[in-house]
Design a protein around this ligand. Sequence first.
Ligand code: PEP
Ligand code: MN
Length: 649
Amino acid sequence: MIVILSKGAGAHDKGMICSFLQERGFTIREQLLGDDALISAAGKGGSADDLRELALLPGVERVASTSRPYELASRETKAEDTIAAVGPVKIGGARISIIAGPCAVESREQIMETAQRVREAGAVILRGGAFKPRTSPYAFQGLGMRGLEYLKAAGEAQGMPVVTEVVSPELALQMRDLTDMFQIGARNMQNFELLKKAGALGKPVLLKRGPSATIEEWLLSAEYLLASGCRDVALCERGIRTFETYTRNTLDISAIAVIKRLSHLPVIVDPSHAVGIRAMVPSAGLSAIAAGADGLTVEVHPHPDKALSDGPQSLYPSQFERLMRDIGALAPVVGKELFRAPRPYLQDGGGRPGKPCQSGQRPSELPVAYSGQPGAYAEQALLRAFGEEVRRASYPSFAAVFDAVLDGSAGFGVVPVENSLTGSIHENYDLFVRYPDISMAGELKLRIVHCLIGAAGAAEDTIQVVRSHPQGFTQCQDFLDRYPWKREIYYNTAAAVASLLEEDESRKAHTAAIAGEAAALTHGLNIIKFGIEKDPFNYTRFVIIARKNGEGRAPVPPSLGSRRPDKASLVFSVPDTPGALYACLQIMNDRGINLSKLESRPIQGRPWEYLFYVDINYPQTDEDFTAALEALKPKTESFYFLGAYRGAQ
Ligand code: PEP
Ligand code: MN
């Protein structure tokens, strides 16, 4: 039996719960599972009444009594996804985390070079074997402890945690301080002494599936780790043995969905060992992401043809870079965000100290502002960009979000600027013009899947009124055209959903709202129909906003990584003379600067005059960028620089 403690349970509550269980003959053990505190109780003690009483004790969230062989790993015990933490890197939830590096550490130079290449491409954990379990005793066995030292040094040089395989219980303790995560290899999945020892050392563990292990056996091995006190376990599907011999193993794609149903643990997929053929690794990796994997572990070598192990399946760095771009583009389709390396909050913008905001706190210590209510799309975007633990503050309008960031009550804000079906959100472009001290600091693309939401009893044939934000109505036009429903406009989709709770009982079956799944879950309402937007390629581009520092730059949100900007947004108008816009575009053309967006929009109060919204690819150097802007400004009538930032894929 497992007792899941509530978040606010204190030492006193815990003491009462433990005594209650011990008095009834249970042997107990306290432990952590992700962020949840649990007490596992073994024994036959306790009547049904006792168990009911236990569930009512202060500090008890839930009592789970599962009948399956694995309890701690089971989703019945813990319904929410576990997010495993490897140093500052998280695995699981709405993010995709990529581990990359060579099969084996071969030399200091080799691991340093690989670390740099994979980090630049966006990997967040560095892998590399030092103790290699090779099928043949004559094959390269790894550099041992020396290899670990090189791996650790390369990880430190790039600010990346490292993962390496541990092959014996004796080595686990020796290796502890040289790795951030243990890998238990496929051949050792059922080395129970190793599982117990590695699990007890307080390090995260990546548990590979044995080549002939069933999913249940794999979960039982994870149970060993959890039962030994390990709180950060990630499972790794790396292909199983089947009758097929063309590929090295057979990637069991369906295992991802099975694990997601049976367990709360995150799943990483290793396409390299699964397929064994370099050219096929990227497509296998992408298929795993599409199937719901929380990340990949990929073998990358600067010179795979010279690799001492697994060269044929190791990607060239350029192939890995391309794979990362493809994963970035695929992530929003499956409702996730590619996790970028968090960096310590060292600097504002260009490395110069920023003006302190009114509260005197750094932007990263303040809440993040969004417009709408809990469950709103903007809140989803915010969670993707900043992680689940971030403090967030909701405001009733976009202008209120800008105000909160300007006056320092919020460190960052998240606002939508463009939807792929309905175009630019002019209100926010206008706000950038009105708030010159606010800048774009990051970008995020969120897939928008609209649902028809209602209280119990509401169905398509009982509804008379439907509520949403105007964008919700426009994006679901085709679906709505089938019904004579009256439409009521709300300032936000989640607010439309919240309003259903206030509805008179007699009206509940007649009223519905259009919003995202998260809004229905937040307010405990039903999804009557899922996916009613007129096109599944429905994305909204959100930008992260921040207040400029004394140098006119915005701080980069720590979660977005430290990579240089690759995109900038401008708004300008041009004189009403022949060739005026052409002259502006020519400046970009002369400098080889690519435009990724050019939109014109009427200027209010000046019929037939237009503002241009322009996104450009950020040039090679800051100097090139400044020079381009300086050349551009005199050709325009009004000119606003909205920010330079790392663009979403
Ligand atoms: C490895 O990751 O280098 C490795 C040996 O993998 P597996 O245990 O899955 O064969
Ligand atoms: Mn390998």
